[in-house]
Each structure stands twice: as C-alpha cells, then as structure tokens.
Design a binder for this molecule. Structure first.
Ligand SMILES: *Cc1c(COP(=O)(O)O)cnc(C)c1O
Length: 370
C-alpha cells in the first residue's frame, strides 16, 4: 500500500471519542455510574418523540423524505421564518460542515475562539482552510480581537453563544457594534446549541439578525435537538439564515441526510411543550442547588446561561476528575481547554446532583484541595 495522504489531512488529530460507559465501568470496577459530562438531557428523550418514532418504525423500508418537508415547516413556523430559510442537519455538527464546505476554499480563513466547540476548526482543517483562533477574554468571546484578525480572505466567524465550556453570552449591544465593524462578505455563525437554557433578556434576537440587510454581513444561527429536547442520539440540528445562504447549504448536503426516525422524532419533540418546560425547570432548579452546594464545599462556580457550568476545584482538575470517576461520577476536566483547575459539570436529575455533591466532597478531601 502506498498512500498519498494530503498534508492538511495528516495534520488532523482525530476527535477523542469518549469510551462507552460500560467499558469505563469494567475498567474501573464500578457500576451504576452517572454521566454528567456531555451536557445531555437528564430526563431522557421527549416522550412524544419516543412515541412518534415507535409509530414510524414500520416505514423503515422507505427512503426518508429528503426535503424534510414537515419538520422544516414546523421549525420555520416555530421561529416565524420562511421554510426556505431553514436547513436541517444530522446534528448541528453537520451544518457546521455544510457551512465550511459551501463557503471555505483552500487558503480561506475562519476565525474561532478558544476554548470553544472544537468541531469548527476540525472541518476547516479538512477543507484546507486556515484557522485563526482567538483566546476568550474574561471567559467570553473577544470580539475586538476577532475584528482585528479579519482579512479579505475571512469567510466565516464561529461564535458559540452561549459559549461551551464557559456558559457566557455576548451582550446584544456589543454584538451589534461587532457586526457593524465587519466587512459585508463575512458570515457570522452563532451556534445557539444552549440558547433554550438562557434567560430571555440575555438572548440575541437571532430571528431578526438573520434577515439580510444591505451594508451588513450575514448572520447564520445554529440550533439542535440534542440538548433541551433530549435527542442527542437521534442526530438532528438545523440552521436559519437568509434564503440565499440556505440555498447554498442545500447544494452541499446529501439528499437523505436526516433519517426518517429523526424527522418524525424531532417534529414530535418540537410540539412536546410539557417536556421542554420540565427540562428547563429541572435544569434551573438543579443548577441553583448545585451551585450553592459547590460553594458550600469551598469551590468557586462560574455563572452560566446553559445546562452546565465550570467549577474551580482549587487543584488539578484532571486528578479530581479521576478520583470522581472511581466513585462512578463522570465529569469533564477542563485542563485541555485552558482551565487546569476547572471541571465542567452538566446539571443532572436531583438524585444525580446529590450524588455528584457527595462524591465531590469526598474527592476534594482525598485530593487534599480543602
Ligand atoms: C452540544 C453542542 C452542539 C450540538 O451538536 P449536535 O451535532 O447538534 O449534537 C453544538 N454546538 C455546541 C457548542 C455544543 O456544545
């Protein structure tokens, strides 16, 4: 075998896949562990989605509706936009890929923040594009530094809003001023994966922002069914934008990129208002309880507009992460994200949150941090 691996592919480090929970348990000799590491919905999937999926199983011999007609229409209605402005993805991750495929050529530039969602840079690398990475400032996107890096090769700017992993958001005034300073050919992508959890007054009016306007650059918003709707395993996300941008994204997608179960499941979840409300209530109550508990243990917690938050544990986060793992509580160390003393924890059910606090209390003592 003699492979010609392009340099820009050879340079990519693969996304580190987390081990299945069953494997972790076997390795560490534990059982009944809880995973508070991936910002998933602790209540499970939307019940209406489960029901709709079960009812559609007998149709699996057919190809899915390649236009995603009903789901697209439902999402557009939900947002008050036209269906031509909405594009569905196999998770919002796939939309990130579409954007890069459609707008970035070899040598074109893309600006992202660090720490932030890692997939933005990955797709740019695959495409042979150039990543400019701007460190967060005060745990939030450094919009001034981003403007400073814009050149006539800049095609996309990715901003997760709220940011993962800090949970912070961009203030509307700052964002408007930022847009006004960008050249018209740039596309600003707002990844709103966690916007459902954000307080109303902190949200940007993305439905208006995506409307095309002369003299100003375009804005695209990404959303997902993976978090507040509890469907991470189903893989459905979407974006909304000016219809001209959506038309470009449709050109680069596969005809059946969303499977039939995902189409019906997501559509039912969108109507499952009771589940959605319960998710937000559980998250908000759990977050308050966890933050108070964490502070009582002498750790600092960072305010967050999402279903997760950072905790400064006062010592190596990776050491504490391993100690927590031995007690069957899986969290995320933020060492690799530039916060060596922080763990990131997803808000769980009340029982999971209690268990997390008990394990944290023991581990802080074992590690000698308190
Ligand atoms: C979880 C998450 C997503 C969701 O990705 P999907 O592909 O829709 O599951 C997107 N962006 C960020 C920043 C996330 O943390």
């Amino acid at each position: 075998m003699k492979l010609h691996i392009p340099d820009h592919i050879a340079a990519i480090t693969p996304y580190p896949p987390g081990k299945p929970i069953e494997e972790l348990e076997r390795e560490y000799g534990i059982s009944g562990s809880i995973k508070l590491a991936s910002n998933e919905n602790p209540l499970g999937p939307s019940p209406l989605a489960i029901q709709a999926i079960a009812e559609s199983l007998s149709g699996l011999h057919r190809y899915p509706d390649g236009s995603g007609y009903y789901l697209t229409k439902a999402i557009a209605g939900h947002l008050g936009l036209a269906p031509e402005q909405v594009v569905l993805g196999n998770g919002s991750n796939e939309i990130i890929e579409f954007l890069v495929k459609a707008f970035v050529q070899t040598g074109d530039e893309v600006i992202t923040s660090h720490p932030s969602f890692l997939m933005y840079q990955k797709f740019v690398q695959i495409r042979g594009g150039v990543n400019h990475v701007v460190p967060l400032r005060n745990m939030t996107h450094d919009l001034d530094a981003i403007v400073g890096l814009v050149s006539d090769r800049t095609r996309l700017i990715f901003l997760d809003n709220p940011n993962n992993p800090t949970g912070t958001m961009i203030a509307a005034k700052r964002f408007d001023a930022f847009l006004a300073r960008l050249p018209e050919q740039v596309i600003v992508v707002l990844d709103e994966a966690y916007v459902d959890f954000a307080e109303e007054e902190h949200r940007l009016d993305t439905c208006s922002l995506v409307t095309a306007r002369d003299g100003r650059c375009a804005v695209v918003a990404l959303r997902t069914f993976s978090k507040a709707y509890g469907l991470a395993g189903l893989r459905v996300g979407y974006c909304f934008s000016a219809a001209e941008i959506a038309a470009c994204l449709h050109k680069v997608r596969q005809p059946f990129n969303i499977n039939q179960l995902a189409l019906v499941g997501a559509r039912a979840a969108l109507d499952d208002v009771a589940f959605y409300r319960q998710t937000l209530e559980t998250t908000n109550a759990g977050k308050r309880m966890l933050m108070a508990g964490v502070e009582a243990l002498g750790c600092r917690s960072y305010p967050s507009q999402t279903n997760f938050f950072l905790i400064d544990v006062g010592g190596s986060a990776t050491v504490l992460y391993e100690a927590m793992l031995l007690k069957g509580v899986i969290v995320r160390s933020m060492q690799a994200y530039g916060f060596p003393q922080c763990i990131r924890i997803t808000v769980g059910t009340a029982a999971e949150n209690e268990r997390f606090l008990a394990a944290l209390s023991e581990c802080l003592r074992e590690c000698g941090y308190v």
